[in-house]
Write a protein that binds this ligand. Sequence first.
Ligand code: C2E
Ligand code: CA
Ligand code: CA
Length: 563
Amino acid sequence: MQSYIEKGGLRRHILIVDDELINREILGNLLSKDYEVHFAENGKEALDILLKREHIYSLILLDLLMPVMDGFKLLELLKEDEALRTIPVIVMTSEKDAEVRSIKLGAADFITKPYDMPEVILARCERIIELQEDKSLISAAEKDHLTGLYTKDFFTEYIKQIEKYNPEKNADVAVINIEHFHLINELYGRSEGDNVLTCIAEILSELFEDSHGICCRTEADYFYVYAENGNDYDKLLVSILDCLTKKIPAYHVHLRMGVYPDVDKALTAENWIDRAKTACDRIRGDYSRHIAYYNNEFYEKSKYQEKLINDIDGAIYNRDLIVFYQPKYSIQGDTPTLRSAEALIRWKHPELGMISPGDFIPLFESNGLIQKLDRYVWKEAARQIGEWKKTYGVSVPVSVNVSRMDIYYPKLREDFKELLETNGLETNELMLEITESAYADNADQLVNVIENLRNDGFMIEMDDFGSGYSSLNMLTTIPIDALKMDMKFIRNMQKDEKSMKLVELVLDIAKSLQVPVIAEGVETEEQLKLLKARGCDIIQGYYFSKPVPPEEFTKFFVPEENN
Ligand code: C2E
Ligand code: CA
Ligand code: CA
């Protein structure tokens, strides 16, 4: 295949193999006007020449009867060699029988001896070279070099062809992707990466060979399959993984698969491929799931999410994002007193109405947009604290949520400090809630960031404590200023003895760390009493108030409005 490119624009090379000098001279003279001509006196000599510089030859003109190694033998040997068999051969003979035999050995055409008219010989050479080059060009575009699977364009084209002749057959499209493929390349080298890719390709070809499925590879590590409906894809994925583990035991390859089963024939092949990919990308990074199926609900959801992603910039610009505040009360005194507030985002979408953060926060956390959104909230909250201070002369510390992605932003500290300066705030007025799950990621770096923020004077609350990630060990190394007990504890507290014990345990842990506990999601007086009796310091929840817009929040600290 490479030969086409190398030959492009150049004079093609022809090898003439004949033991008789006179024949070599006649053909040489005839062809040298248009081609670079090389000669060999027998099959053996020809083979040596070809093996040395196989890629330069566009055509071989081969006599059959020669000493040392005859033409038939050479044809046989050429056929066995992967590279040499792509060079077309025109056989020169005077016998009909020999023609049949050489055709079986792969010859492309014949020139009869004694020689035809020169124009006929020239025209034949030209036609055979052209044919071969077209063929290579097509197969170069059709197949992926590394794996031998189809390229995506041809894959799509073949689906259309198959559909044309079998429109009644139900079909599936599936896609397989390697999680963090670039890491395999970086850690083990490109050839190891190639190894993984060819390995998957081999398994796929083998599996789908009998069931008339076709496969392609694209974008480095995406493999698509189009097959008759009804394959067991869970089983398929397991067998691919098994095979990989056997062939490449050195490390674990994590695959994910998206399946669009029983494709909608009213849509195009491209749509089917997109849908399988959407399903596949949906579980990216979710190590608990390996396979996702596309369905309509799924489609609606991804359309909805796509809309949210598209609309976020406009929402920031139009101030459709509103920061609500939920009070946190100290409860250990005789009467509860307002201690601080948590800033919680709301999206008032012009078409979709009020959207709950549960719909967009996890989405934006997964694609990085959360950083933009959090910055907006921090800025807005800081401005609000400053405004309350100026207008009412009261300081209401507000905690903002800091996502795990924010933590690794190098200018995080500077940004916070700038917010304080701009709004005339003290560091203890803007508190930071960092979710417990962030602590599992990269403990060393996190400790570092948190230590620096605390040295700057910021208070750090560990959010959603007990929701599943923290190890007790970590608590001794990570400096924090408060524990926010996850809402689940409060939900279950009155259900049974054990759950109550867990609440007490969290309170004990906090006590030994000498930090206050903030109980989230407290809805009833009874819950408050139980928590108070056990020494819980601060409460946040519907019992006191739902999160409210800032103009409403003033009622919690302005006495005359508190009615
Ligand atoms: P979170 O940080 O744990 O916030 C507390 C959530 O509990 C809030 O939900 C709040 O409205 C709700 N809540 C408070 N008291 C009660 C109660 O008594 N009962 C019940 N059932 N729920 C209560 P919300 O506002 O829907 O926020 C959900 C989550 O979204 C938050 O959980 C937080 O993780 C995230 N979030 C909200 N705003 C932001 C933000 O600005 N940035 C980031 N990164 N995340 C945010
Ligand atoms: Ca929070
Ligand atoms: Ca929380």
